[in-house]
Write a new protein. Structure first.
Lengths: 317, 317, 317, 317, 317, 317
């Protein structure tokens, strides 16, 4: 399969070069927008989240005034730690054809990057965009632990006949050969999961950490679930954080995680483990407040992972 | 006094049957909207909070995707714990006549339910709606402890000659024979209370827990104020929570309680004690953000009480 | 230099008398609006923050229902602790002429007040308004410690040739003879500071407390940095608090301080030390939510300092 | 069929007495809310328009400062022209059961009123609420002309199997025996109508007046389509007016009618003809601006019809 | 009476010099903010309209990109027609004391300006601010015609005992000796006027032009009511225009006048007559949309009057 | 110059096939997004208008429920008149490199289409995007009349040294050899044009039609300025329409054109002349109201041109 060029974004992430021709991708770190996932029958059109990759990029100068300036979250400046080969690959575009083809192209893009051992940052889109990324994990040739930040379990085998929609990414992960384990943090309230899905997740061995437990026990309980030396894939649903901090989501759910809890957790993971990739999904730009705080927070989460991964004690070094 | 039918809501709470004829009420759990309280002279018309009962109900599927699905806050699913006789009784309607008559009808509705030993959930309306509910406590035939979540003391004997308005419910409780004690949690900033009201509350023996103290000491300090075995009535003013989490209130006050603190407190109370009823008041729908987070949070607070009350170790079992 | 009268505000702060003739100022506590600072070349017009002094005053009855009523944050009522000579001095007005002249007039106003040993509350404007206030510190005749609440370091020597803009107040403080030390709390993310500015601040001996460290260690770590008996000047940038609590700022930055952390810190400082003055800057009213929560929170921060300063165990007694 | 009481509204329309017991209805003018119509399968829950009856009522004092004051639109005051028997009948409530039963109750209510020769004002709800009202026209015993203000044709025989939804009211009217003709004003853009529906409307003899034609030719062209002496039923979809004037609709469509065109048209009709009833549908309160201009405009449209109908030269005299 | 200096505005109107010392006022055109009028007892604090003078000024560069640029409304550029002595006098400030004193100072300011034969532009505030301006008309020594643009009659003798509030300015004008006649344009809907007030206005000889009549007959009907050669005072209530065009008002009323109707009317008046002054009142900035269209439109109305008054065929020449 | 593929949009315009490879473009009608123009030095990043192409497309089903349904504006259905070869070409993407290269690629895309005699619809971006399109007019081999709808003249030779920014497109047109004349409709208020630019436009022979004149004289005056048989290029700045109808613009200006005036004008032009292309620029999606009325109106304007151009009496037949 020859990969088609991706769509150029309205503006680049931070000040990274934009390269949309897969043949020219040579990167140690790369960011790619994935606007769409497998649609549910009652909602065939792209949803609001499809506009998030460009919305997040457009707030670049607000979540990072200048990439050479000092970052007090990470105790360094991004320019001095980031590998020089960092690229914005634009957005995986769906211009017709079946979802199967689209998903295959996403999987192809990410496989190519992982074969280069690049760290990959994916911007959703809804949570279904994680699924074709999981399918690319085989390119790494090593087992991977999935760490999810989310209010919801996302373990539905299917909804309305669709198996790769936003209710299913963690179930899909459980059947992905390269996935060696998973930790799910921030669970709360009632979503699409029924008792059967909870039982299935437990039977699989997923480490379920409710938001309340995280509020009580903090990040060590989470860190303990990831085997030492194991590569990690992060999947962050914006509704895992509290809607007071990331209001622009479709399913605001009280009691969520706080940025000041999540950022240090992500940095700790990125220092102890090689974070092979991450996605940030479910930002719905139409619901963002006038000051764009959801997009700013999304950018800050990503920058915390990047700086921690590539700093002197980082897992990507 | 023969009770008139209540007003049918625009939609039901969750998927509960709507029954507006008091003669047909046979319930173990029942929800009733009370849009109005005794008006202050300068504000004779129904205030914004009068529209909250229908606004909260209309977000049912957002605070509970499906009542048979798993609830990570409570570790169960609502369908399996809730008694089968759960009713939405609609809204107590005021279509003319004096407030005295209206209040008497509300008291009558709740008395009838408490005589059936139903757990009653009331949706305000402003905080004055609690007063005719307190008047029905005599139907229980046992002493009750009142636990309030609120930024304000609400101990005014009267304001502008009105004794049953939103500044007075806890003062009213102090003179209600069935009330055996009270705990007031979340107090902060400056409201209608003067030094005299604070002195009166202390003289009565009300346990005053400021928001700051709750941030420091947590729920155990609150739980310790409620005698073992004592029935409890919960009254939750939305402004007791922080305005970052419940923004749609008339008096946003910083430093408030957080959902992740309040939900476990409510569940603990509902497990250790029989919660005979609760009200959720002072949501002002016109100020709710685009994503309706205040109504969603209101619904989540109620569901935490319900599931904890009726679960295997619940106080209503 | 003879000082011109200040501009009368649209309404007074709380119920304080308004006196705009400097010749008539006799005060123990005084509040003054400073709408403007030295403008950056690309933004010569007054920015949104210039409207904050009047916007904050206009919410007076929402952050303090009545000044004689009980304040649960401070455990007293303001009327009984505040000295009787409290004035609202209006707004320092810039009606043409150079910034140098305007800044000199601001310095003159504050010097006059400090010579009377008044406690001064300044309402910005952006963070550049702190600079002419620092220039007045010499009137106190004693060394002063500067305590800043802010997401940003504000240590730029200049930006676009401007040395007294909103990126420079703490650098300016470091060269102010009367400033004996400084503590900067709430630092996070990436602002205008580069590694060089961080090094300069450390070399000077500024105590840098990131937001994350404050979340972990609390207020004692901050209090320990201020020498016993030392007078204190507080400078509070609204973006030091979390944007979930003070959304109306130009640079919303996740992970910020919470009101329930900051208010007790401010009270502790105001009890242990004489707080000679404070400023509250960078509120951008156009971005405040319908319910004005940023202005309400600004008012609450100020009232916490006032009541703690002048209460029986206060530092201003 | 014995009619059940209706639901009491949160507040009454203007200062009209509320009577919800059909047995007590004796009226010359009556207003009734109809929150719901036959739901389409993909949208079983009440839609946003279901909250419009109470939202419109709650703006009563804004569209009519006092009912005895002078109305410059109509050149009189409402109190002096309105018959003394004017009632607010509350809202037709659906508390379970089938839509057939609900529709039958609505038809029953309106039939009863028309048997009393009352003028009936109905507040929707979406445009499907007109259908059970049309079914009551037989009670009048005379032919009726239907005058519609709407951007859309509403002539679908069915959509997704539903025949009484918001896309079908004018088709339904065409098969209602009592309907002797119809005029449809404000048509523009693309809705659910296909060429076949347009042909059917023309074949029936409906007078189709596009918005553009009305902008050019004004109200006389419309008035000429209604036979002299013929009773009229008005059905006003808020999206018939321009979204600049009534923004809170689900399908904002540019090029719409203006209030200053529609109000005189409605008054002219109400003077020349007996307006037996009217409905005002499709206001979606969640989309109304901060100042509630859509609800205010809805109220003004109704008051223009009422005053013109009952004034000395009115058609209801 | 010696006039106190006025309050300096946050920024100047356009690029006009700010002079707040009445002793230094030498002007051919002058603009002055009047934030407040006589308060009604139930609303003692400054209302939202009090912030309009500074809000309108702050949009200067949006309603006039540069004052030397071409203005297509007026067919000229403002710089070339405006007299060189144009001043922004700041805001008439009320810092305590009685309303009588405040009103007297406003009257004093305007009298002083009219003695210099300056054209005066007043920015309200609510419509009560017109009253002390009317009291200054005696300084002109010639009869004046008052032309009002407004949805409301404003002819109440008093409301709640207050005679100089926003419901009374045109009644006040009718008893002002210098007022020789009046025309009231844009009347519609129901305000505070009763039949008695309408009769009084007619008995006085006020030319009442409803909004509907103006839509039909246009500006000539209005122009014909003003005697040739008569000086004119304009009073423009923002709610005279349609709420689609000036949404930020307290009483949005459909059917209002359009800018493209009002601007040419104002220019025609300013060419045929000497417009001695004008006020623009009742803008409520908190309700203005994100893009500030109400303030922009207010500025455009003023600029149309200024350019037409001072252009070669203008009435002020 | 070999053209690179364009960027795939988030969703297609209406239901048109998306083809981003220029080698595969074979079209009679084609739509292309052009997010960016030559940036002014003070604003190097993409502005809000850059997101308009995808925002407008995303409202497709709201401005056209289904493309086979009846369109009352145009009296037909789009499917039956549109040529079968209609394509969405995605967005011209700028992923680095100079603006010269980017502009050249845009010119190349449009030239290729015009060589195929396709009708081209361009979605801006700000008004500078028109400039590289004008450079492609030579491909038509015939003179073209430019018809502009705009509040502003756009005749600046340069601003801050930039000659192809949003203040210059009509000046640029005046020096484009293929442009044979121009008509500018909707002019009003004060923009970047000085007297010199107005003189230059008149000297060139541009037909300047102010908004006021258009309100008075209507479309015939405009139509008369376009020579019979002459091909036409339409350039529509959203601020040409009134901000009440298209609020989401950077420079809202009262007194603008109304949709019900502009749509028939556009249809008349498209019937009498061959409209070779059109652009729709300056929509700023962040300022669009909750119901997206600006994007809906933009879509309706385009559909009116398309249906009139390709209908039986259309200029493209």
């Amino acid at each position: 399969m020859t990969l088609q060029p991706t769509a150029v974004p309205v503006r680049q992430f931070l000040d990274w070069p934009v390269v949309t021709n897969p043949a020219e991708w040579e990167a140690d770190v790369a960011i790619l927008g994935i606007p769409r996932s497998e649609p549910y029958p009652r909602d065939p059109q792209p949803n609001d989240q499809a506009r998030a990759p460009d919305a997040i990029r457009s707030h670049s100068s607000r979540f990072c005034y200048a990439s050479g300036n000092w970052d007090f979250d990470t105790g360094t400046d991004l320019t001095s730690v980031l590998p020089s080969r960092h690229l914005d690959l634009g957005n995986a575009a769906w211009s017709g054809g079946s979802y199967d083809e689209y998903a295959a192209s996403v999987t192809g893009y990410v496989r190519q990057l992982w074969r280069q051992r690049a760290q990959v940052v994916l911007l959703g889109g809804d949570h279904g965009v994680t699924i074709p990324v999981l399918d690319a994990l085989d390119a790494l040739g090593e087992p991977v632990h999935v760490l999810q930040i989310d209010a919801h379990l996302d373990w539905r085998e299917e909804v309305d006949g669709v198996r790769r929609g936003y209710s299913s990414p963690l179930r899909w992960a459980s059947t992905t050969p390269a996935v060696a384990g998973m930790t799910q943090v921030g669970l709360r309230a009632v979503g699409s999961a029924r008792r059967g899905e909870v039982d299935a997740a437990r039977a699989y061995g997923s480490h379920l950490v409710t938001a309340e437990r995280f509020h009580l026990e903090g990040r060590d309980a989470v860190l303990a679930t990831i085997p030492e030396g194991r590569a990690v894939y992060l999947t962050i649903d914006a509704d895992g954080l509290d809607p007071a901090e990331m209001p622009a989501v479709m399913a605001p759910t009280p009691g969520g995680l706080r940025f000041h809890q999540v950022a240090p957790l992500l940095r700790a993971v990125a220092r102890r483990h090689r974070v092979v990739g991450m996605d940030l999904v479910e930002v719905a730009p139409s619901f963002d407040a006038a000051n764009g705080v959801t997009c700013v927070t999304a950018g800050r989460l990503i920058l915390n992972v990047l700086a921690a991964s590539w700093g002197p004690d980082g897992g990507c070094w």
